[in-house]
Design a protein around this ligand. Structure first.
Ligand SMILES: [Zn+2]
Ligand SMILES: [Zn+2]
Length: 366
């Protein structure tokens, strides 16, 4: 069928809205009519070829929509179901079967390969292959084919125009906090970076009952916004030494938990140094392949700290996304305050506003 999609053609170049051909869903796939899609930092860095997904490509990986058709082997979705799309995974490897699909042994092939694992593409233009199946979805399109496995059915009255980012950015921050760090009531956390991932982590820490919540960034307006949303302390690391300030705020002990959403090596180092004895820090920010960060093993050995590398919040989307929706509905996870909507044709404005920090989480409406 003919569909409309935004095609990434070259690094640092605007996406091009084109008419493409979408193939038939495979037996294990569903055709989804997209209602909305978030724009995530990873879309921009893949457009810019930090990761070698071949261009031209249809990117987008925070899609939400309605099932239009299902393949012959799909038994758990039906036409008309509302779905939020999550990252793809094989479903049969050791990590997938033990509840950690974000570490699927074939994660790269399923999410960044630009094709289905069998080498086929969902999108073509005049017979020429266009990279598709980005994060198993390529949601910058009016329709796409996804494996049923990475579609999460939501309630018929769920606000689809809002829910796409639960499949990546919001899940990444909140999952790192709720699934990996697990701060308890009355505990402390420092979060480096006040983008969508950091603020989602902050909202999750508040929902978990943490009571000392320190947000670190270099943009004053963002720090102000974090405070409005519930941060107990903010640190401008351009003006102050973040580690010193965190030690001051916590009476010298450091924070029990910390999250680095930036992937910037000096920030990662600050995170490790801001932890209390036996504290637990997590890195979720993507860096270019080959990036190394200094880590003072001499000093840190005796601190007993743990540092985790966390992909997509280590979440099982079909289990975790409904939890986030339930928290949202109870008013305990107001991630809608991070979202600004754009028409699909304004996708390049949405990218620019995300990059400049003008918008925390752009969501395109189709
Ligand atoms: Zn797997
Ligand atoms: Zn993402």
């Amino acid at each position: 069928m003919k569909i409309t999609a935004a095609v990434a053609t070259a690094p640092e170049t605007d996406l091009d809205i084109r008419e493409l051909e979408l193939d038939e869903p495979r037996p294990d796939e569903a055709t989804v009519r997209l209602v909305a899609s978030g724009v995530c930092h990873t879309d921009a860095i893949v457009r810019d070829q930090w990761y070698p997904t071949p261009l031209p490509a249809v990117l987008g990986h925070e899609g939400s929509g309605i099932v239009e058709a299902v393949g012959s082997a799909v038994s758990d979705l039906k036409v008309g179901d509302k779905v939020v799309l999550g990252p793809a995974s094989c479903g049969v490897c050791e990590q997938c079967i033990t509840g950690h699909p974000q570490y699927c042994v074939d994660f790269y092939a399923y999410n960044f390969g630009g094709t289905r694992p069998d080498g086929s593409v969902a999108f073509t233009q005049d017979g020429q292959a266009i990279s598709s199946n980005f994060f198993g979805q390529s949601s910058f399109a009016s329709y796409t084919n996804v494996r049923a496995r990475n579609a999460v059915k939501v309630a018929d009255d769920a606000p689809l125009e809002l829910l796409g980012p639960l499949g990546c950015g919001i899940m990444t921050g909140s999952g790192a906090v709720l699934n990996v760090l697990k701060p308890g009531p009355g505990e402390s956390i420092a979060i480096f970076g006040t983008g969508a991932v950091g603020l989602a982590g902050m909202l999750a820490a508040i929902a978990a009952g943490a009571t000392t919540i320190i947000m670190v960034d270099i943009v004053p307006s963002r720090l102000e916004f974090a405070k409005e949303l519930g941060a107990t302390h903010v640190v401008n690391s351009r003006e102050d030494d973040a580690v010193e300030r965190i030690r001051e705020i916590t009476g010298g002990r450091g924070v029990s938990y910390a999250l680095d959403t930036t992937g910037v090596p000096p920030v990662f180092s600050q995170m490790t140094k801001s932890l209390a004895l036996r504290g637990h820090g997590a890195l979720v920010g993507a860096a270019k392949l080959g990036t190394e960060a200094p880590f003072d093993i001499g000093t840190l050995l005796v601190s007993g700290i743990t540092v985790s590398m966390v992909v997509e919040g280590d979440a099982v989307p079909r289990e975790f996304i409904p939890k986030l929706i339930s928290l949202y509905e109870r008013g305990l996870f107001p991630f809608d305050k991070l979202v600004k909507t754009y028409g699909f044709s304004d996708i390049n404005t949405a990218f620019a506003d995300s990059e400049s920090g003008e918008t925390i989480k752009p969501v395109l409406l189709y």
